[in-house]
Design a binder for this molecule. Structure first.
Ligand code: NAD
Length: 474
């Protein structure tokens, strides 16, 4: 499997694809490791997690550099990603300690009812290329904290930083965290493997559907984090310069290759022209170039098929009457670069307003009212995130209630929080990552009902004739 640097189109390294025999061995090792890991004391696990997090932070420069070479995301963003990855381990190490179950009220006063939270077993975690370490951490940190063993399959585009992260975590007991390498067929083999008890998947809707089918057939749990087509509403009561900069950042971060990239902009008529102009002049200030350069804002896209998809969406929109205000073409003659692009005059039926574009594109719609903006925002089958800019508290509450999305960001686009659940409503996924929900996703519940006395119960046989009305007599 050849790993390509998307900024130069040169090969970085070839790595071996895991064979089916190796996958079998990995599953066996994971099962053996699970027995030991399941029995770890809570405090020992926390200390180990904090050590893992510290070790990641100590290697942030190295990991950021590998991620930049293999994925093309600017170094600055990759460096941040290592910090967020470490923070996720700190968070789950701690909350797992007080998330081992609870006591419901028992049926009889002398009894004890326990709900015990248990690990599920061997979890296959399959992730995409856009945030290789962070999206892995959102799965492996809670899965390991809950006591599971993990088989982690990075994307075929970005296996190198993941492989290094796994090496840096070798203080974990043997077999508890292992990498499995390859493309879709390897992912499919993992989900279908009889030794795998659960799959946690992040990727496109199309692949998510395939994973869900295999998991359904095997009756194993599947947590699915899928694509998005996030709307961004700009009301007319805000500073338009700031809103435009927030909007362009939310659309172009990682060259628009974020699951929660803002991909549809609904701007109130009164400020629409100003917004277009402010976005256009802000886009002109952005540095496109070598992602290793600290001052680069926008690096290359991951590969040519990704860039061709953006070209198709933008080209089709322009053919159908949309106007290019900025960008709209490739940048440079080496690397998979695409210019940050602004479109106006788009309509809801255009592909660029319906399907996930996954590129640095800002399609802008002028809109008459907040109700109309919310209706259009909710009109696609995705529901991952949604952004709003307003200073009016009533409008904030209305958007909060009416937008169908797993996350609603108001005046601070795309900020994730380890302690709050993340995931999709509608076709953007099933289940949640992060927060307490993100830990529960990797736990099974066991109800234990204890009566300390051995006594015959009144409601057993024989039932007897009952009272005059035929009711049971106790
Ligand atoms: P993808 O669906 O092509 O691949 C994702 C992963 O699944 C890769 O590791 C791939 O090798 C593997 N895979 C492919 N076919 C498989 C199969 N049949 N069975 C099992 N595994 C298989 O997605 P991508 O191009 O790597 O990533 C981009 C997509 O991911 C976008 O749609 C984006 O929105 C989505 N995404 C979602 C989130 C989220 O949290 N909701 C986060 C980031 C990215």
């Amino acid at each position: 499997m050849r790993v390509i640097n998307p900024a130069t189109e040169e090969s970085i390294e070839e790595i071996r694809i895991s064979s089916s025999e190796e996958i079998d061995e990995t599953v066996d090792r994971a099962r053996a490791g699970f027995r030991e890991w399941q029995g770890f004391a809570g405090l020992d696990r926390v200390e180990l997690f904090h050590d893992l997090a510290r070790n990641l932070r100590d290697h942030a420069d190295e990991l950021a550099e590998i991620m930049t070479h293999e994925g093309g995301k600017p170094y600055i963003e990759n460096h941040d990603e290592v910090g967020w990855t470490a923070a996720c381990f700190d968070y789950y190490g701690e909350i797992a300690r007080d998330s081992v179950g609870y006591l419901p009220a028992p049926i009889e006063p002398q009894q004890l009812a326990l709900v015990v939270k248990e690990p599920i077993g061997i979890v296959a975690c399959i992730v995409p290329w856009n945030f290789p370490l962070l999206l892995a951490a959102w799965k492996i940190a809670p899965a390991l904290a809950a006591g599971n063993s993990v088989l982690l399959k990075p994307s075929e585009e970005t296996p190198l930083a993941t492989r290094r992260m796994i090496e840096l975590m070798d203080d974990l007991p043997d077999g508890v965290l292992q990498g499995v390498y390859g493309a879709g067929d390897v992912g499919d083999a993992l989900v279908g493997h009889p030794g795998v008890d659960m799959v946690a998947f992040t990727g496109s809707q199309a692949t998510g559907r395939k994973v869900a089918h295999v998991a359904a057939d095997r009756l194993i749990r599947a947590n699915l984090e899928l694509g998005g087509k996030d709307p961004f509403i700009i009301c007319d009561d805000v500073d338009i310069e700031i809103a435009a900069q927030g909007a362009v950042w939310a659309a172009c971060l990682n060259a628009g290759q974020v699951c929660t990239s803002s991909e549809r902009f609904y701007v109130m008529s009164k400020v629409a022209d100003d917004f277009v102009e402010a976005s256009r002049s802000f886009v002109e200030t952005l540095n496109i170039g070598d992602p290793m350069d600290r001052s680069t804002d926008i690096g290359p896209m991951i590969n040519d098929p990704g860039r061709e998809k953006v070209e198709r969406h933008v080209g089709e929109a322009v053919e159908q009457g949309a106007k290019l205000v900025a960008g709209g073409g490739r940048h440079g003659d080496r690397g998979f670069y695409y210019e940050p692009t602004i479109l106006t005059g788009v309509t809801p039926s255009m592909t660029v307003m319906r399907d996930e574009t996954f590129g640095p594109v800002v399609p802008i719609v002028e809109i008459g009212s907040l109700d109309e903006a919310i209706d259009q925002a909710n009109s696609v089958p995705y529901g991952l995130g949604a952004n709003v800019y307003t200073q009016d508290f009533e409008k904030m509450l209305k958007c909060m209630r009416e937008l169908r999305a797993g996350t609603v960001w108001i005046n601070d686009p795309l900020t994730d929080n380890d302690a709050a659940p993340f995931g999709g409503q509608k076709g953007s996924g099933i289940g949640r990552e992060l927060g307490r929900e993100g830990l529960e996703a990797f736990q099974d519940s066991k109800h234990v009902h204890i009566d300390p006395k051995v006594e015959k119960k009144e409601w057993w046989y024989p039932y007897g004739p009952g009272d005059e009305s035929g009711q049971r007599v106790m």
